[in-house]
Design a protein around this ligand. Sequence first.
Ligand code: HEM
Ligand SMILES: *[C@@H]1O[C@H](CO)[C@@H](O)[C@H](O)[C@H]1NC(C)=O
Ligand SMILES: *[C@@H]1O[C@H](CO)[C@@H](O)[C@H](O)[C@H]1NC(C)=O
Ligand SMILES: *[C@@H]1O[C@H](CO)[C@@H](O)[C@H](O)[C@H]1NC(C)=O
Length: 479
Amino acid sequence: MEYSISLFLSLLLASSFIYFLLRSRRRLRLPPGNLGLPFVGETLQLISAYKTENPEPFIDERVARFGTLFTTHIFGEPTVFSADPDTNRFILQNEGKLFESSYPGSISNLLGRHSLLLMRGNLHKRMHSLTMSFANSSIIRDHFLVDIDRLVRLNLESWTGMVFLMEEAKKITFELSVKQLMSFDPCEWTESLRKEYVLVIEGFFTIPFAIFSTTYRRAIQARTKVAEALSLVVRQRRTESEKGERKNDMLGALLEGDGGGGGFSDEEIVDFLLALLVAGYETTSTIMTLAVKFLTETPLALAQLKEEHDAIRARKGESEPLEWNDYKSMPFTQCVVNETLRIANIISGVFRRAMTDVNIKGYTIPKGWKVFASLRAVHLDHEHFKDARTFSPWRWQEQNNSGAAGSGNFFTPFGGGPRRCPGYELARVELSVFLHHLITRFSWVPAGEDKLVFFPTTRTQKRYPINVERRHVCKPCKQ
Ligand code: HEM
Ligand SMILES: *[C@@H]1O[C@H](CO)[C@@H](O)[C@H](O)[C@H]1NC(C)=O
Ligand SMILES: *[C@@H]1O[C@H](CO)[C@@H](O)[C@H](O)[C@H]1NC(C)=O
Ligand SMILES: *[C@@H]1O[C@H](CO)[C@@H](O)[C@H](O)[C@H]1NC(C)=O
């Protein structure tokens, strides 16, 4: 007992010493804060805070003590946290100039060296704009929407009794990505690819102690298998494209080396495809699941949404596919989408590294330090959104000044600047189409309690099981 107390005290002393050393050596005015214990810093506090249902205990507590810019020490490094919209914007806009994106080595091993998330400089610019043009709204309208509609319907057709919504949403999202990237319809091959791929994804959530875990080793093995499967496809398609056959998908664009600057190697293309699969998978499926959860808990919003979608169905007949015009006539759905993105914050914030000493708001962020721009902290701040922690899609309605419409600077679920998510429109369309078919086909009740947690990612603990029942739309009775 005494031993542990003295150990604790000496750790405490050592950490304060490091803190003062860091401060005095460079005579910088760091944002205020607490570096916690050496090595682990405040990592354990961070993890335990996000395992609760309250989304922001870690940040709330520190913002109350230190203000919206504070210093902490997590995952082995001193880190400056920003919960301030201006600072966040400054960080995002100065990507590549004052800050650069920064991921732990365990993540880069899984993503591959050539993934967009890890690219910098000119190559990043070129690949980012290639991805943007692959997923822009005219491409979605003219090419993707048909498949999104068809594959969502196909998946829902098999639902009966109890389903784990998160599992089903992941299956849908994966099938959509594979279709959009390489034009494959769901089949045995895509299903076996998905099984390996799920193992890769699990590896991402083993940080911060990745290297010691079997999950991580299994993920690395699975990555090799997925990469092999994908390179086979790339080789095949390269042969086809040399014969002049071109498919209208991401792989087609990559093989042509669109965007100027020559073609890409097979390895580059594989890494790129894999990173796109990762970027859209967990995010879009979680947002699908959470939208349903929030709606279930807000019956008024669900009723209003149902009205909007039943009206679209009544206009179109039972099995006609959704068209772009239909998507564009879902005003309340768009409020629900925004409100889900705001409250759920799948990507709670972005990590960057200061490329030089950066002065901001009277403080200095030293060169080489980690920075975390918390998007979530801004979304959940009562100063920017009234009753910020309540799900209220109505706040997005026009002429409603209780919070959101015109919240440009405060609402950034997709980040901003040169790294702004290129999938932002695609994610919105996929969620809207999914909600449309779910709501017009089924009614549901939760099959048991399920809690929202925020570590290692935002998700529900039990994959959100629901009991579904087919709605019988009784046309002749409607007169
Ligand atoms: C609800 C769904 C989604 C959310 C909340 C989301 C959020 C984000 C955020 C916040 C970033 C910025 C990361 C940073 O600045 O470091 C990002 C980047 C990215 N997202 Fe998404 N995303 C979603 C869906 C998608 C989809 C469907 C795709 C597939 C096309 C996608 C592809 C990407 C890519 C490739 C990047 C990296 C961009 C770059 O570094 O230049 N995302 N996403
Ligand atoms: C979308 O990208 C395509 C090329 O892939 C381009 O021709 C088109 O102009 C872009 N549309 C918009 C709205 O940016
Ligand atoms: C405005 O939003 C509030 C809640 O945020 C809601 O109670 C109210 O009904 C909305 N008003 C209009 C006109 O949509
Ligand atoms: C949803 O948020 C986006 C910003 O990401 C905004 O442009 C759009 O107008 C919002 N939609 C509604 C219905 O308020």
